[in-house]
Design a protein around this ligand. Structure first.
Ligand code: F6P
Length: 552
């Protein structure tokens, strides 16, 4: 357990800051304004409320319910919250994760070989590149078939075993970059402790052709260790029980060499990373080994290059033109002043199928916090619930609520100009839809317009759209490995900016602990071999029902 951190310079409570109060009164004066009027009153609005980022990424936030004045006030707030100093502290390797006494250096994972980033007096960049080089050699040997399984067959199935940050990033990145991946190897991801996940993902695999990548920062996580043990049994059973087979069919990615060894994986087959990388910020470390095997070392390095470009953009661009900062401020405006409690992330690209699931951990595990850095309870709301589905599927499911429901649901739309599968008119139809959705949300349809179309008066209210529903459009040239890197870094830094303003620690996750501890207590009680459990009456009743259901 780390020592209590040295007290940070006392910061006035967020809601007492004059900059916060200025935003409150600005909100009271302007929140009734409709996007229809805002666009009518300012013909330059689209231009002034949009920004270009690295790699041709373009962000149009003119359909957010902000004006230039709102943005100025939000920018003053982030200055007052010391954003500049926090960014410098993170990039410098200061231990800003105070509750775990750790630096927060995912930016070092994509730093060029020539940079220097110090942690506890050691330059970590050479170590990062050593691991990347080892990963490259390994990935090439799997892709070329030089790496042979125990019986001499080449690897045809790569199965990543991990959960949370050791699963969501690799699973999302594999989907996102499928178009760039080796098509003669299948890639699968087992995360859930529900055996169905393992059983279904291995059903059609030959153990002689299957490689497991066991990913776990701690190498203690219940789900991952259970799945890894099952995988080892499955492999040995399929290969005649010879324990030496493990060396050819298992590699580990972890910070914990001791536990890897204790599990039975030779540390020669281990790829390391460091405690200064949070699980949810680790997909570009060795945790991304499956991604590298899938797309090859050079595409993986292109992805790292994209991350780094966004890091540099974030570190050096004035806040008024800084994509992660703008995105964070607009989100904060929606949550803390307009009262939105969720954020829908809606990529119009099928390859980003898992992107919102990935962001759920990145955003909600980072900023789903109830106390500030000094332990006092926040008096403002923090992370909104993040959710979404790729377009156009969502349009035929939950968009009804976004258009006409009672909650305010801000949306991030993500789209690319160039399709990866240029077939017929699909891409034009896809892009027409995303543009139309943002337009419909912003401007809606008045009762008069509905009636003018000849709708019966009684029906008109059902067909009317209020509009004034905020969205941001991120439009980029093409989904490439580098663009994926830029996109993820954009959200990583947005989370950082919001966490800074909310005054919370975005890099710990104590909220996941209690459930884990209670599960450990319940596990033996389910088998019936232990004395009667002592829980609340509801939990006790459910344990009893379960035992009866299993005839125990
Ligand atoms: O339960 C939360 C968590 O600690 C995440 O932060 C992490 O990504 C995940 O579990 C997996 O942890 P590990 O990589 O140590 O297995």
């Amino acid at each position: 357990m780390p020592n209590a951190p040295a007290p940070s310079p006392v910061r006035q409570s967020l809601t007492d800051l004059p900059e916060w109060k200025a935003l409150q009164s600005h909100c009271a004066q302007t929140s009734h304004e409709h996007l229809r009027e805002m666009f009518k009153n300012d013909p330059t609005r689209a231009r002034s409320l949009s920004t270009d980022g690295p790699g041709g990424m373009f962000m149009d936030y003119s359909k957010q319910r902000v004006t230039s004045q709102t943005m100025d006030l939000l920018l003053s707030l982030c200055e007052a919250c010391g954003l500049r100093a926090r960014i410098d502290a993170m990039f410098r390797g200061d231990k800003i994760n105070v509750t775990e006494d750790r630096a927060v250096l995912h930016v070092a994972l994509r730093a060029p070989r020539t940079s220097r980033i110090m942690v506890d007096g050691i330059d970590v960049v050479p170590e990062v590149h050593q691991v990347l080089d080892r990963m490259s050699t390994f990935a090439d040997s799997i892709r070329s078939g030089a790496w042979k399984g125990h019986t001499g067959k080449r690897i045809r199935h790569v199965i990543n075993i991990g959960i949370g940050g050791s699963d969501l990033g690799p699973a999302m990145a594999y989907d996102a970059l499928t178009a760039y991946s080796a098509r003669d190897i299948s890639f699968r991801f087992v995360s859930n402790v529900d055996a169905t996940d393992f059983a279904e993902k291995t059903r059609d695999c030959d153990p002689a052709e299957t490689l497991f990548i066991v990913c776990s920062k701690t190498f203690t996580t219940l789900e991952t260790m259970t799945n890894a043990s099952t995988a080892r049994e499955w492999t040995l059973k399929g290969l005649g029980g010879d324990a030496t087979a493990v060396a050819k069919h298992f590699v580990a990615v972890s910070t914990n060499a001791q536990k890897v060894k204790a599990f039975g994986i030779d540390t020669a087959n281990m790829f390391g990373f460091w405690d200064w990388i949070g699980g949810r910020y680790s997909m570009d470390s060795a945790i991304g080994l499956s991604t590298m095997v899938a797309v090859g070392p050079s595409a993986f390095r292109e992805m790292l290059g994209g991350f780094h470009e966004m890091d540099e953009h974030f570190r050096t661009t004035p806040f008024a033109k800084n994509l992660p900062v703008i995105m964070a401020l607009v989100g904060l405006w929606n949550s803390n002043f307009l009262g939105a409690q969720t954020l829908a992330v809606l990529p119009y690209d099928q390859y980003l199928d898992r992107f919102s699931a990935y962001l759920q951990q990145l955003e909600m595990e980072s900023n789903g916090k109830h106390v500030t850095l000094d332990g006092t309870r926040v008096k403002w709301s923090t992370c909104p619930a993040v959710w979404g589905q790729p377009g156009t599927n969502g349009q035929h499911a939950f968009y009804q609520m976004i258009h006409q429901g009672t909650p305010l649901v801000p949306c991030d739309f993500i789209a690319f100009c160039e399709p990866l599968n240029p077939i017929g008119t699909h891409q034009d139809l896809l892009i027409a839809n995303v543009l139309a959705q943002a337009e419909a949300l912003a401007f809606g349809k008045t009762l008069e317009e509905v009636e003018a179309e000849g709708s019966a008066q009684w029906l008109a209210p059902h067909r009317q759209f209020d509009g004034n529903r905020p969205s941001t459009m991120i439009l980029a040239p093409k989904l490439t490995p580098a663009m994926l890197g830029r996109l993820i870094a954009l959200y990583e830094h947005k989370v950082f900016v919001q966490g800074t303003i909310w005054g919370i620690n975005s890099f710990d996750q104590w909220g996941v602990e209690l459930g884990k501890v209670l599960a450990q207590r319940i596990i033996p009680e389910l088998s019936g071999s232990t004395p009667k459990p002592a829980h609340d009456s509801s939990t006790q009743q459910l344990i009893g029902r379960y035992r009866a259901g299993r005839r125990r």
